[in-house]
Design a protein around this ligand. Structure first.
Ligand SMILES: [Zn+2]
Length: 157
């Protein structure tokens, strides 16, 4: 028999079985499958534990003046000037904004800028000074070689 957990419908039926929402005929089918399938049996056991834990959970008592304080605060918020409402939205967001997100974009922009500057400052091969052989004066080179001979030690002659 194909495992019920593998199909979306089968998984839904298993959850409904755990919640006690299946009719007796379908519940009997599920129980027959559970006798042979350890995966589905484990899932049903975990789901049953969850339902039992939820049954034991007691919601904390709400204070007697909760409604009155809530409505008073809503009235205060609505009566506040609009600039104050905007300031609260920015500085007191309902969901705390992660501080690192703007820093990450700033770091990425800085990295792009640094790479751009490195590429810009790398000397271009066409701009490097080149020696042109046709501009070298042959007689000047010969004179320089003669000067070197004069500077050389006497015993090398
Ligand atoms: Zn199964």
């Amino acid at each position: 028999m194909r495992c019920m957990k593998q199909s979306q419908d089968g998984a839904r039926i298993l959850i409904e079985y755990c919640a006690g929402a299946l009719d007796p005929m379908h519940a009997a089918e599920v129980e027959r499958h559970l006798e042979s399938c350890t995966d589905c049996r484990a899932l049903v056991e975990r789901q049953t534990e969850l339902w039992e834990a939820l049954d034991c959970w007691k919601a904390p008592q709400v204070s007697a003046d909760f409604d009155a304080r809530l409505y008073a605060r809503i009235a205060r918020e609505q009566a506040a000037p609009s600039w104050k409402k905007w300031a609260r939205r920015i500085f007191e967001p309902a969901v705390p904004a992660p501080f690192w997100k703007p820093l990450a974009s700033l770091a990425a922009a800085g990295a792009v800028l640094a790479i751009g500057l490195m590429i810009q400052t790398t000397p271009h091969p066409a701009r490097t000074p080149q020696v042109h052989a046709d501009q070298v004066d042959i007689e000047q080179v010969a004179k320089a070689l003669d000067d070197l001979d004069i500077l050389a030690p006497a015993n090398s002659m």
